[in-house]
Design a protein around this ligand. Structure first.
Ligand code: 15L
Length: 269
């Protein structure tokens, strides 16, 4: 990989990967809708654009060997916003990649594609989607579109169902789904560099003792997480001990994404 594109490079994960992938690949091409800090000469190329603009995306993707697709909306939003960034924008990136002959894409899907699985259940990469939001539906769509472009056009995809990315877990739910910057960087590098990836789904989580995921597919591809949320558990659980909890948010893996707008007469199994 000589030239790697990161879309959504201005978000939290993008800003972090900009640092951790620095020097790993000779050129990082960075794009976002918002302004980014200036490019490092000789190492970075920056493009400010909206991924819903196919002509701009075609120019962006040209000459790239691999893509880390983080662009789009990263939480629940109106249907118009989701459609614009996560359906049309996503399609544009994959389609431009196909036309440009890009061979590998690492994609940020999300735990919210499967957020309506109960916390009592351990799930692996083979479960059917159970989105918890319009956002989660767009992430299930992104996995389906990746599968199509893998089977029909031979682009290799690593779909990373990211839990919660950060320096440390921020609450009890995140103890199960946290991913540290260095562990996520490792997964991204596997996605770009592993010689035999066609279409794979993995969970973008650290090696958390309290995980709700069987992440054996990531381990099969060589993932060896270095971090675990457990050292943060006692403090987080003590802090939350007397906080009121929403029963729907607490029952399902997607948490508040499940509880928002929830009005079913009985909770799903
Ligand atoms: C996500 O998919 C979001 O991008 C992030 O902002 C968090 O909400 C995360 O999930 C989470 O579930 O904590």
């Amino acid at each position: 990989m000589n030239r790697v594109l990161i879309t959504g490079a201005g978000g939290g994960i993008g800003r972090s990967l900009r640092e951790t992938l620095r020097g790993v690949y000779p050129v990082l091409r960075l794009s976002d809708r918002t302004a980014l800090t200036p490019a490092r000469a000789g190492e970075e190329v920056i493009d400010r654009l909206d991924i819903a603009d196919i002509a701009a995306v075609e120019r962006l993707v040209a000459g790239c060997d691999g893509i880390v697709h983080l662009g789009g909306i990263s939480g629940e939003s109106s249907w118009d916003n989701i459609l614009h960034g996560n359906i049309i924008g996503l399609y544009n990136v994959f389609e431009a990649a196909r036309r440009a002959g890009v061979k590998r894409i690492v994609m940020a899907t999300s735990n919210h594609a499967v957020g309506f699985y109960p916390r009592a259940q351990t799930i692996d990469h083979r479960v059917v989607p159970r989105p918890d939001s319009r956002y989660g539906v767009s992430k299930a769509f992104s996995e389906a579109l990746a599968s199509l472009y893998a089977d029909k056009h031979g682009i290799g995809f690593l779909c990373t169902r990211i839990g919660n990315f950060g320096e440390k877990p921020i609450d009890s739910r995140r103890l199960a789904i946290w991913v540290s910057p260095r562990d996520y960087t490792q997964l991204v590098r596997i996605g770009l560099e592993h010689p035999h990836i066609r279409f794979e789904i993995v969970y973008g989580v650290s090696g958390n003792k309290r995980s709700w995921y069987d992440n054996s597919n990531a381990y099969r591809l060589g993932y060896k997480p270095q971090d675990d949320s457990e050292p943060y558990a006692a403090e987080i659980l003590a802090r939350e001990a007397n906080q009121p909890k929403d029963p729907i948010a607490e029952r399902y893996q997607g948490g508040t994404f499940c509880a928002e707008e929830y009005d079913a007469p009985t909770p799903p199994e």
